[in-house]
Design a protein around this ligand. Structure first.
Ligand code: SF4
Ligand code: SF4
Length: 212
């Protein structure tokens, strides 16, 4: 990560936009994961728009469960992920956003010939959060940024009040991101790989995993 880079929603949106084709994960009706590449996209500062044919599993899954993740490679070893919900835009706005996507991705117009245009459905992701992950930096950089009215849930390892300050966790950490502290040691979350080596090394079971 460049020292001058400010990781904010605009930076993350630009990262996804420049990635071009994104991996998109949804859930099928039985709860199992589904992932595919999507390129029928348009980016605004307050929303990411996605195009899908109404009959495709992608659209049907989003209509049943709007939760999704979009993942793009900004450059080798650097990723941006957006977690949120995708909801169909109002009927009166469908044509406007569909044409915008066709304008930016002309080959999509070929995928959806005129007589099939009404079959497509535009979804918008407005609220959620971004994760910026730079695995090339040493230590790694992990930044969470809210998008719209979304909140960032905590996910990772943290040191609890059971810590006895013995220091056994520090040499186990590949990112050297555990700081001494009083009354307990502390993990620099922005540099944490979330590998769990510290939790395994702790003789007191003082390091807990929170979230997924
Ligand atoms: S190994 Fe456990 S008890 Fe020791 S400093 Fe680390 S967190 Fe605290
Ligand atoms: S989870 Fe891994 S990277 Fe994070 S503090 Fe523990 S050992 Fe270090």
């Amino acid at each position: 990560m460049d020292d001058k880079e400010i990781i904010d929603p605009v930076f993350c949106l630009r990262g996804l936009q420049e990635a071009g084709t994104l991996a998109c994960a949804t859930r099928a009706a039985d709860g199992s994961p589904r992932v595919r590449f999507v390129a029928g996209l348009h980016f605004e500062l307050d929303a990411v728009y996605l195009l899908a044919s109404r009959g495709m599993p992608f659209a049907r899954q989003l209509l049943a469960d709007p939760r999704l993740q979009l993942l793009g490679t900004v450059r080798k070893g650097v990723y941006v992920r957006l977690t949120g919900e995708a909801h169909p835009v109002p009927e009166e706005e469908q044509v406007r956003w569909r044409l915008r996507i066709f304008q930016e991705r002309p080959y999509y117009r070929e995928l959806y010939p005129p007589y099939k245009h009404d079959d497509s459905l535009v979804f918008a992701v407005r609220d959620g959060y971004f994760q910026y992950l730079d695995l090339v930096s040493m230590p790694i950089q992990r930044v969470y940024v809210p998008f719209g009215d979304g909140a960032v849930p905590f996910s990772g390892y943290r040191i609890t009040g059971k810590c006895g300050r013995c220091g056994s966790c520090r040499p186990a950490c590949p990112e050297n991101c555990i700081e001494t502290g009083d009354p307990v040691f502390r993990i620099r979350q922005e540099n944490c790989l979330q590998c769990g080596a510290c939790a395994e090394a702790c003789p007191r079971g003082a390091i807990e995993r929170v979230g997924d």
